[in-house]
Design a protein around this ligand. Structure first.
Ligand code: MSP
Length: 595
C-alpha cells in the first residue's frame, strides 16, 4: 500500500519527489549484465590502474592517495557487479634507482625487492585491494616491452637519430631550450635547470633511438575530440589540449647502455637501453597479458595518475599505443598533490608524511576517509594531523557513529531489532507528526545513490562523501527534531511513531553503509553488520531505500541487530578547534620517513 497522494498534497506544501511517488521507478542503473542479441549474458569489465611507483624512496602519503583513488574505483565497480581488475606495482628501472641501490650498497634487484615489498605492506595495511601487482623487473614485463618495441620499430615508428640538447639526469628526460632556465647553484655558479622540476640540466649529444611522436599530433587531437571525457577533470584536459598546440618533437626512447645499465636492452641492439618511461608505461599492458591476451581488458582501461605525470600518460602513452595499433586508454583521471602545512612535500625539506605512521594513528579507514574526503583532484590539498583528527571526530565518530549509537542503543531500541514501519505513521495521517524537513531528508537519501554513483564514476570521491555526510547530518536532524527518547513507549500511537523513526533512521544508515564501502570498508562492514545486513545484501542493487513506505516488503523488518555493540569509530583526542596539534598523535607528525 502506498501513501495516498491526496494526503500528501494536503499535509505538506513543500512536497518533493519522495511524496510524489518517485519510488515507483527503481534505481536507474542497477545491473551490469549486458544482453547481446543472442541473449547471452556478457559480464561488464573494469580495469583500473595506479602509476607504478618508483622504488628509489619509501612510500609516502601522495603515493597512497593515488592508490586509494584506484582502490575506491575498483571497490565501487565490484559493488556494481563488474568483473574488475585493479593493478598497481613498482617502477624499478632507471638511473635514479641504480644510484639509490649504489648508495644503499646493494645490488639493484635486491634493493628494488626491499622497497617494492614496503609498497605492498603499505597497501595491505591500508586495505588497498589490488588484484595484480607488477614489477618492471619481471620476465613477463621484459617480454611485453620487447614485443611492444618491435611492433613500433617494424611499423617504421622508431628510427636511430643523433640527439643533441639539454638533459636532466634526475628526471631522465631531454628538454628543449624553452623548458630550461638560467639560475645559480649553491656555490654561486651559473647553471641551467629544468623549469618543471628545478633539476640541473646538462648539454648532451648522443645517438639514440627516436619515436616519431611528431606524426601523432593530429591523431591525438582527433582522439580527444571524439572522446571528450577521456581526460578528467576538465582542467587537465585543457592542459593536454594546450600542450598539443605546441610542437611535438620526436621523442628519444633509448639511452646509451654505457650511461644506463639498469634497464631493458633495446631488442637487437644491446648498446642501448629502453627509455624508462616507455618501459614503465607498458606495465599496464603486461598486467593484462600483452601481447597474447590483452584485448578483453584493454578497451576498459582507466589510469589514475598525478598531475606531474599527465604528459606521459595523456600524450606519449596514447601516441605509443596508437602507433602499436592499440586504442588509447578509455579514461585518464588526473589528480593534484598533497602539500604539508602549506608546503610541497619533499625529502630535502624533511616534511614527507609517512603513511604507515598515519594509518597507525588514525586507523586505515580513518586515513582513507580523510584523504578521499579532503582530496580534491582539481586542486592541491593540504595535510595536517590536526585536520585529520578534526574531520574524523566530526563525521565518522560523532555524526555517523552517533546516529548508529542512538538508533541501535537499547534505550530507543529495547528489542534490538529493525522495528516495524507502519506506512500510515509516516506521514502521520492522524496527528501530522512528520514535518516538511522529514520529507526533504527522505528525498535526499532516496536520490543519494544516483549522485554518489555519478561522483564515484568521475572519481570525484570527495563530492560523493560530501553528499553522504550531508544526508547523515539531515538524518541526525530528523532524530533530534522528534526526540524519540521523549515518547511514551506504552502509548500505541507513540510506539508506532517511535518505531517509524528508528526504522527510517536504520534504513538511512543501511544506505550510508552500503555507499561508504568503497571508501571505508571496515567501518562500513561494522555498521552494516550491526544493522544485521548480510554480506550478500550490500550491493548496489540492494540500495532500495525504505521499501515499506511504498507498501513493499522490507527484508530487514523485524531483523535482529548484529551483536557487535562496540563504538563505530573511536574519537581521537583533539583540541576543540584551536590550532594546537592533537596530543595523542603529536608524535606522529613525520619529519622523516620510517618505513
Ligand atoms: N614511476 C612513475 C610512474 C610511472 S607510471 C607508468 C612515477 N612514480 S612516483 O613514485 O614518483 O609517483 C607515483 C604517483 O604518486 C604519481 O601519480 C604522483 O603524482 C603521485 N604523487 C607523488 N607525490 C604526490 C603528492 N605529494 N601528492 C599526491 N600524489 C603525489 O611517477
Amino acid at each position: 500500500m502506498r501513501t495516498p497522494l491526496r494526503f500528501i498534497t494536503r499535509s505538506c506544501k513543500t512536497v518533493g519527489s519522495w511524496q510524489q511517488g518517485a519510488f515507483l521507478t527503481p534505481f536507474p542503473t542497477q545491473c551490469r549484465i549486458r544482453r547481446t542479441s543472442s541473449d547471452v549474458c556478457k559480464e561488464e569489465k573494469s580495469y583500473v590502474t595506479t602509476p607504478i611507483f618508483y622504488v628509489n624512496a619509501s612510500p609516502h602519503l601522495g603515493h597512497l592517495y593515488s592508490a586509494l583513488l584506484a582502490d575506491c574505483m575498483h571497490r565501487y565497480k565490484l559493488l556494481r557487479g563488474f568483473n574488475s581488475r585493479f593493478a598497481t606495482g613498482t617502477d624499478e628501472h632507471g638511473l635514479k634507482i641504480q644510484q639509490a641501490a649504489d648508495a644503499a650498497g646493494e645490488d639493484p634487484l635486491t634493493f628494488c625487492t626491499g622497497v617494492s615489498q614496503s609498497f605492498r605492506r603499505l597497501f595491505s595495511s591500508c586495505s588497498v585491494s589490488f588484484t595484480d601487482y607488477i614489477r618492471t623487473t619481471e620476465e613477463r614485463h621484459r617480454r611485453a616491452v620487447e614485443h611492444f618495441w618491435c611492433t613500433l620499430r617494424d611499423k617504421g615508428l622508431i628510427y636511430k637519430g643523433s640527439y643533441e640538447g639539454w638533459y636532466s639526469t634526475p628526471d631522465e628526460s631531454f628538454l628543449t631550450s624553452t623548458q630550461v632556465a638560467d639560475t645559480v647553484d649553491t656555490t654561486g655558479q651559473a647553471v641551467k635547470v629544468s623549469l618543471e622540476s628545478g633539476h640541473k640540466v646538462e648539454w648532451l649529444k648522443e645517438e639514440n633511438y627516436m619515436f616519431r611522436l611528431s606524426a601523432f599530433r593530429t591523431p591525438l587531437l582527433d582522439w580527444l575530440q571524439k572522446s571528450p571525457d577521456a581526460i578528467q577533470p576538465e582542467r587537465f584536459r585543457q592542459d593536454v589540449l594546450q600542450w598539443l598546440q605546441d610542437d611535438l618533437p620526436d621523442l628519444s626512447v633509448s639511452r646509451q647502455r654505457s650511461r644506463l645499465q639498469w634497464g631493458i636492452p633495446v631488442p637487437g641492439d644491446p648498446d642501448h637501453t629502453v627509455y624508462v618511461w616507455l618501459d614503465a608505461l607498458v606495465n599496464y599492458l603486461t598486467v593484462v597479458g600483452y601481447p597474447d591476451d590483452h584485448n578483453q581488458w584493454w578497451n576498459v582501461t582507466r589510469h589514475i595518475v598525478g598531475k606531474d605525470i599527465l604528459k606521459f600518460h595523456a600524450i606519449y602513452w596514447p601516441a605509443f599505443l596508437l602507433g602499436a595499433g592499440l586504442p588509447p586508454p578509455r579514461r585518464i583521471h588526473a589528480h593534484s598533490h598533497w602539500t604539508v602545512s602549506g608546503t610541497k612535500m619533499s625529502k630535502s625539506l624533511g616534511n614527507v608524511v609517512d603513511p604507515f605512521a598515519c594509518s597507525r594513528a588514525f586507523t586505515a579507514d580513518g586515513l582513507r576517509y580523510f584523504l578521499l574526503r579532503r582530496g580534491v583532484p582539481d586542486s592541491d590539498c593540504d595535510y595536517t594531523d590536526h585536520k585529520v583528527a578534526k574531520l574524523l571526530n566530526a563525521e565518522l565518530a560523532d555524526s555517523l557513529g552517533g546516529l548508529l549509537n542512538r538508533c541501535a542503543a537499547p534505550a530507543l531500541n529495547p528489542t534490538q531489532t529493525y522495528p516495524p514501519f507502519c506506512p500510515p505513521s509516516f506521514p502521520s495521517e492522524w496527528d501530522g507528526r512528520a514535518v516538511p524537513e522529514d520529507y526533504r531528508m527522505l528525498d535526499a537519501v532516496q536520490s543519494l545513490p544516483t549522485s554518489v554513483e555519478r561522483h564515484y564514476e568521475s572519481l570525484h570521491v570527495h563530492k560523493a562523501l560530501e553528499d553522504i555526510a550531508s544526508c547523515v547530518r539531515q538524518t541526525n536532524g530528523f532524530v533530534q527534531r522528534h526526540a524519540p527518547w521523549k515518547l511514551n513507549g506504552k502509548d500505541s500511537g507513540d510506539r508506532r511513531w517511535l518505531d517509524a523513526i528508528v526504522h527510517v533512521s536504520l534504513e538511512c544508515l543501511r544506505i550510508y553503509g552500503t555507499l561508504l564501502q568503497p571508501v571505508v570498508p571496515q567501518v562500513a562492514d561494522k555498521l552494516l553488520s550491526r544493522l544485521g545486513v548480510g554480506a550478500d545484501e550490500r550491493k548496489w542493487t540492494d540500495l532500495d531505500f525504505l521499501p515499506s513506505y511504498r507498501g513493499k516488503d522490507c527484508p530487514f523488518r523485524g531483523r535482529t541487530l548484529g551483536p557487535d555493540t562496540g563504538v563505530l569509530f573511536n574519537r581521537l583526542e583533539s583540541p576543540s578547534g584551536d590550532k594546537q596539534k592533537p596530543k595523542k598523535i603529536k608524535k606522529q607528525i613525520i619529519s622523516r620517513q620510517t618505513n
